[in-house]
Design a protein around this ligand. Structure first.
Ligand code: NAD
Ligand code: LMR
Length: 327
């Protein structure tokens, strides 16, 4: 018997990431090849994005995806999030050259206050929320702060793009296929302060530190390249990463619905690994049942790792203070 469709709400559906994302969801890449979906597409209430959204919906129709069982197009979040099982919060302003992601906080933060409230009021009881719009960690914290019905663990933010970037950098440095690189996790903020924790990574089953044999590179250029990759892409392309961000969101959700998967997501801290309680920080998790996870504990941190975590934690607590009056 075929499965019942799940409802997937996507904000910013006519934006750059939306255009690279929706076709992957409808093709089965996110929820699997036997899981039908209804896409509930939400855009800002202006003529241009809504016209673009109508065009994207036409293209989705024209793909004749067997798994796509319906498309809702709306600028009303109460319609778009209604009964949604997954809420993918992409819609927000991207940064331009010379900006940091935190510069977006006041403008984008307002969006997440409103959406957090509405999701809590109208989404399905099993709703899961994944935040991509920057600054993703703090926007996720803002949205979760508005929820009374849905538990805070359901709100996650994306650091998978950073994990994927780190995996590729290690593979290229070691000269191996990237599938040989395992257990590289991202701690902290999706910003240049993030910490790609190389000390626990392995390459072809051996400690990455041993294989790379260049601690100065790991502590310096490696961390810097991963942390500043978003800015490098903006400088090169003139606009922020889109296809790789959409791909990372497919990976984030796919891993979260795959029991046993081990991956990095930003989740509400309960004080582990030196993060303040109640900031949303990247951490290693293991998916338990579809949509649920546990933080993997017990990784020992050396002095370098502790100082990197302290810096990214400080940035997260500063961002939280900056928006405290909005919550
Ligand atoms: P974009 O400008 O191309 O698209 C954003 C879309 O969101 C636009 O179509 C806009 O109309 C829409 N939008 C704005 N406010 C909205 C609202 N209140 N409700 C619904 N839709 C709304 O931007 P993009 O390149 O797709 O990037 C989207 C966000 O994702 C940005 O904040 C960007 O910085 C962020 N991003 C995050 C990561 C990550 O790893 N976490 C990676 C890449 C980009
Ligand atoms: C990225 O990491 O590519 C995105 O967060 C976009 C940005 O502003 O860097």
């Amino acid at each position: 018997m075929s499965k019942a469709p799940i409802r997937v709400a996507v904000t910013g559906a006519a934006g750059q990431i939306g255009y690279a994302l929706l076709f992957r969801i409808a093709s089965g890449a996110m929820f699997g090849p036997d899981q039908p979906v209804i896409l509930q597409l939400i855009e800002a209430p202006f003529e241009k994005p809504l016209a673009a959204l109508a065009g994207v919906a036409m293209e989705l129709d024209d793909c004749a995806f067997p798994l796509l069982k319906g498309i809702v197009q709306t600028s009303d979040p109460a319609v778009g999030f209604k009964d949604a099982n997954w809420c993918l919060l992409v819609g927000a302003k991207p940064r331009g050259p010379g900006m940091e992601r935190a510069d977006l906080l006041k403008d984008n933060g307002k969006i997440f206050i409103e959406q957090g409230k509405i999701i809590d009021a109208v989404a399905a009881d099993d709703a899961r929320i994944a935040v991509v719009g920057n600054p993703a960690n703090t926007n996720c914290m803002i949205a979760a702060s508005q929820a009374k019905r849905l538990p805070a663990e359901r709100f996650t933010a994306m650091v998978r793009l950073d994990q994927n970037r780190a995996q590729t950098q290690l593979a290229q440095k070691a000269g191996v296929d990237l599938t040989e690189v395992k257990d590289i996790f991202i701690y902290g903020n999706h910003s240049p302060t993030m910490f790609p924790s190389f000390a626990h990574a392995t390459i072809a089953g051996k400690p990455a530190k041993e294989v790379i044999n260049d601690n100065a590179w790991l502590e310096g250029p490696f961390c810097e390249t991963v942390g500043k990759r978003g800015a490098a892409i903006i400088a090169a392309r003139g606009s922020s990463s889109a296809a790789s961000a959409a791909n990372a969101l497919v990976d984030h959700v796919r891993s979260l619905v795959t029991p046993g998967a081990i991956h990095s997501i930003a989740v509400k801290s309960n004080g582990l690994y030196g993060f303040d309680a109640n900031v949303w920080a990247g951490m290693p998790v293991r998916t338990t049942t579809a949509g649920s996870y546990e933080v993997i504990t017990g990784y020992e941190m050396d002095d370098f790792a502790k100082s990197k975590i302290a810096a990214t934690n400080k940035e997260l607590t500063d961002e939280r203070s900056f928006v405290a009056d909005m919550l």
